[in-house]
Design a protein around this ligand. Structure first.
Ligand SMILES: Nc1ncnc2c1ncn2[C@@H]1O[C@H](COP(=O)(O)OP(=O)(O)OP(=O)(O)O)[C@@H](O)[C@H]1O
Length: 312
């Protein structure tokens, strides 16, 4: 599989502020690549560089096979940038906004109208086509924003926080849209504050902190790198708890709750191995499994979050 984006050592400063400090990564075509990071970590700056809105101080990137510096027009022709409805003109109706994009993209009138109609249908906006976006709900505005981006038929879309502020149903709809785009072969570069969103959608995730990528991989790989996977066993009596604690070195007892926390260091079969070490006469009343999620990854790798002294 070829890569839609290959970034090598991207660096960008604003005066004394180092916004990006040597960022390198690859985003495979036809996948969702999620960029996570605390506020101010450099996400917006990275999207601005990759979409040719700003030039890096040093480093380079190829986007859809074109070098950012040598061929910015070719990069721009293949990408779409969404986000925070920057492109939506509230004086125009939803349909007029789409037709404006067709005009900007030099589509013929017929082609523009046909594509607008298809996108309005697809994103459930046909009934609202004659209304201005100011009369739309948050979810409808996001859908219009994506529809406007798709008027240009991009191979790569930058989706900036597509579900911030949306209710759970609208969020699900947006996730479905992203999945459909990817099924059609579009590459999605997603920035999000919602770690669950990255987990649901992304094949690969990069965590940015203070302008550097501090962790990258599939969601499963990242979760494996974070300690915290454990079993909690609950017992009927203090005697059972103590017997089990003696059998399971490294475990931590809670005498009040009658529970034992047992760290898990490996995957397949780990639960059974733990239970097998407990003598038969001991009655285990309940077992719960805690596996790290991307929240754990985020807090383990980003120092800004660590500064907040979060405990988990
Ligand atoms: N035009 C600018 N002039 C000066 N400093 C800037 C400029 N743009 C960004 N910065 C600084 O660069 C750093 C990275 O900012 P950036 O907006 O890329 O972060 P971000 O991860 O997108 O943050 P957020 O999640 O809050 O949007 C911050 O310290 C920011 O203050």
């Amino acid at each position: 599989m070829t890569d839609a984006i290959v970034a090598t050592g991207l660096r960008k400063t604003f005066g004394k502020t180092v916004a990006l400090d040597g960022v390198s990564f690859a985003a495979p075509r036809g996948t969702v690549f999620a960029l996570l990071g605390p506020n101010g970590s450099g996400k917006t700056t990275l999207v601005q560089l990759l979409s040719t809105l700003r030039l890096p101080d040093s480093g380079s990137a190829r986007v859809l096979g074109h070098d950012l510096r040598a061929a910015p027009a070719e990069v721009r022709a293949g990408i779409g940038v969404t986000g925070q409805f920057a492109a939506v003109d509230s004086m125009l109706t939803g349909e007029e906004n789409l037709l404006l994009m067709a005009k900007l993209g030099h589509l013929s009138r017929t082609e523009g109208r046909a594509r607008a109609r298809r996108l309005l249908q697809r994103f459930d906006l046909a009934d609202a086509a004659a209304r201005p976006p100011s009369a739309y709900s948050g979810g409808m505005r996001r859908r219009l924003d994506i529809a406007m981006t798709l008027m240009g038929d991009p191979a790569l879309i930058f989706l900036d926080e597509p579900t911030t502020g949306l209710d759970p149903r609208s969020r699900q709809t947006m996730w479905q849209i992203v999945r459909e785009l990817v099924a059609e072969g579009v590459t999605v570069f997603l920035t999000t504050q919602y770690l669950q969103e990255a987990d649901e959608l992304a094949e690969r995730v990069a965590v940015l902190d203070h302008g550097r990528i501090v962790a990258a991989g599939t969601p499963a790989e990242l979760k494996q790198r974070v300690p915290g996977a454990h079993l909690t066993l609950r017992f009927a009596t203090p005697a059972d708890l103590r017997t089990a604690a003696l059998a399971l070195a490294g475990s931590t007892s809670d005498e009040d709750a009658l529970t034992l926390r047992v760290p898990m260091t490996d995957g397949g079969g780990a639960i059974k191995r733990v239970l097998d070490r407990i003598p038969d006469r001991v009655d285990v009343e309940d077992v719960t499994v805690h596996t790290p999620d991307l929240d754990d990854v985020f807090f383990a790798f980003t120092t800004t979050a660590a500064d907040l002294g979060r405990t988990r």
